[in-house]
Design a protein around this ligand. Structure first.
Ligand code: NAD
Length: 308
């Protein structure tokens, strides 16, 4: 019998790549998505799909007490900027859904519960390099929601939950939504550069981020599936490399062999100035290192976009 997993947010960027990856590994893949930002065309036809909101109990009932080896809770409102438009909706989508799914996981003896948290929980730190044990001081409502979910999951350990908290840095690559200009720095920049030949940069060119290609992020998650969870189950998912916005634009310009005209406009509310990952735990404990350099990753992403 095939092993079963559940991926929420599976029609979205990271969820679809993960669900398709597990289909290739011959798992039975159950998925939930409310299609608020995701698209079914991202998904392999063999998945079992439930169209619903994870913050609604009726959606969870549709899982019919199936026992999943792993639950990947990746559904949620995924933009810091949008979290200000409707904070209650952001909270429900990101926190209430986590509580329902954690309770489901405990009741149905799920082996590991993976949660898509974010670098946004750190806020601005002195040096920008963030390690898992750093004090968190999220700036946006989105970051507050992610940290709150993390705190619930840590508490649920007492009730038998085995959580793995993934603090994603900037993940980029195929299946990222080019029409959403409020989430995903590289996809936002490429969408403007490729579609309008102009680029609006929100905030300073000196800001910096840690960009990790989607295939590396998926490989990192699979590595975490196979190894025992550390006593502290929080893990940065990044490359450990810092790239400024100025360097990013220069690199894209080199890849497409064109000068990029850009305008600096006012920054996003409560945006972090600069963050990148300390990847010691991922590298030393889990023996994982991202393979795709930024130049190759962006090239692959553009190649995918041209045929999709
Ligand atoms: P995404 O917006 O592409 O995917 C999220 C998916 O969840 C979408 O398909 C959407 O339709 C669905 N969804 C949203 N709210 C839902 C709800 N209440 N019930 C059911 N489905 C719902 O985002 P992504 O980039 O794939 O991110 C996946 C997760 O990782 C998110 O939780 C996001 O906050 C987190 N994350 C992503 C990044 C990144 O760089 N992409 C960085 C940090 C954290």
């Amino acid at each position: 019998m095939k092993k079963k997993i559940l991926v929420t947010g599976a029609a979205g960027f990271i969820g679809s790549n993960l669900a398709n990856f597990f289909i290739k590994k011959k798992y039975e893949v159950w998925t939930i998505d409310d299609l608020s930002t995701g698209n079914l065309k991202n998904l392999n036809k063999s998945i079992i799909f439930i169209n619903g909101d994870c913050s609604n109990k009726n959606t969870i009932k549709k899982l019919k007490n199936n026992k999943f080896q792993y639950i990947f809770h990746f559904a949620g409102q995924s933009s810091g900027e949008i979290s200000y438009e409707n904070p209650c909706k952001d909270f429900k989508s990101n926190v209430q859904s986590t509580i329902y799914l954690a309770e489901y996981a405990i009741k149905n003896q799920c082996k590991k519960f993976f949660y898509a948290s974010s670098m946004s929980v750190y806020g601005d730190t002195k040096l920008g390099k963030c390690k898992e044990s750093d004090k968190c001081n999220p700036l946006s409502f989105y970051g507050i929601g992610k940290l709150t979910s993390e705190n619930y999951l840590m508490k649920y350990r007492k009730k038998g939950l085995n959580p793995v908290i993934l603090r994603f840095f900037n993940v980029y690559g195929p299946n990222q939504n080019f029409s959403n200009l409020k989430q995903g720095m590289i996809s936002i920049y490429l969408a403007q550069i490729l579609n309008t030949k102009k680029l609006n940069v929100k905030g300073s060119l000196n800001r910096f981020r840690d960009f990790i290609y989607i295939d590396d992020a998926i490989e990192a998650i699979f590595t975490l599936c196979k190894k025992n969870t550390r006593p502290n189950p929080i893990i940065n998912i990044g490359t450990g490399k810092k790239t400024t916005i100025k360097q990013l634009i220069k690199l894209i310009s080199k890849i497409i062999n064109k000068e990029i005209k850009f305008k600096i406009i006012s920054g996003t509310i409560d945006d972090q100035f600069g963050v990148y990952a300390n990847t010691k735990i991922l590298q030393k404990y889990y023996n994982f290192k991202a393979k795709t350099n930024l130049k190759l990753g962006i090239k692959k992403f553009i190649d995918w976009k041209i045929i999709n």
